[in-house]
Design a protein around this ligand. Structure first.
Ligand SMILES: *Cc1c(COP(=O)(O)O)cnc(C)c1O
Length: 246
């Protein structure tokens, strides 16, 4: 079975440039293989557990999109980095949003990739104020019933409801395949996400469907081959995260 384990030992600033270069080249090659333009794929550096100085280094190396999973961690990092980052940096929430943290999240993030239920979309809408907050609808791929996200069979109706919410600007779909899925299975799930987007685009042609956020360190080449416009990459750039057990 093909392995999706594509991390590396934790990076220092020196190795970072090399790893980033390798990831960028891999993204470009995957895009070109299927007749796509490399610049149509946005690299989102997934920086959970990555210390602020390394985030700063990545920004110096040209990374402009960062994905964080937790509101609190993002807030601490943003405040450590205050005034140091180049202009044009864009922050993505890529972890589940607790509805009571919606206000804080909207101060920190430019796009919420994880609108995983109508309740979450509602919470964003309530706090949006005058903004139109870019969001992606997270889709539950795979069989496990406890997975976060809209089920494929409820997406059409969910879109109808979310579209009515003021301040919420849907821009596409996002998914995280089950960690135990093989590369072969992951490809099937990524293809399914692309097909779902195609169906939604024919039901709601006036809606913005530009983004498919899919692909992580172990499977981003496959994701790009299947149409990803955003890949969220952590370990392949920053090295292995410390294990939760410590
Ligand atoms: C951690 C995380 C990533 C990055 O995963 P890697 O395997 O480190 O590349 C991408 N997407 C989400 C939602 C994550 O939580």
């Amino acid at each position: 079975m093909l392995s999706r384990d594509a991390g590396a030992p934790a990076a220092g600033a020196g190795e970072l440039a090399e790893r980033l270069e390798r990831v960028r080249a891999t993204i470009a090659a995957a895009a070109l293989r299927v007749g796509r333009q490399p610049e149509d794929v946005t690299l989102v550096a997934a920086t959970k557990t990555v210390p602020a100085p390394l985030v700063y280094q990545a920004a110096l190396l040209g990374v402009r999109h960062f994905g964080e999973n937790y509101v609190q961690e993002a807030a601490a990092k943003r405040s450590a980095l205050q005034g140091t980052l180049p202009p044009g940096v864009c922050w993505h929430l890529i972890g589940h949003l607790q509805t009571n943290k919606a206000a804080a999240a909207l101060e920190l993030f430019d796009i919420i990739e994880t609108a995983d239920s109508f309740r979450v979309a509602q919470a964003i809408s309530r706090r949006a104020g005058a903004r139109a907050v870019p969001v992606l609808l997270e889709v539950a791929l795979g069989e496990a019933p406890e997975r976060l996200g809209f089920r494929p069979d409820e997406l059409e109706r969910a879109v109808a409801a979310v579209r009515e919410l003021p301040g919420v600007a849907v821009q596409g779909l996002m998914a995280v395949p089950p960690p135990e899925a093989s590369l072969h299975e992951v490809r099937r799930l990524f293809r399914r996400l692309r097909e779902l987007r195609g169906q939604l685009a024919s039901t709601y042609p006036d809606q913005d469907w530009r983004h498919l956020s899919m692909g992580m360190s172990g499977d981003y080449e496959v994701a790009i081959e299947e149409g990803a416009t955003m890949v969220r990459i952590g370990r392949a750039i920053f090295g292995e995260r410390p294990s939760k057990q410590g």
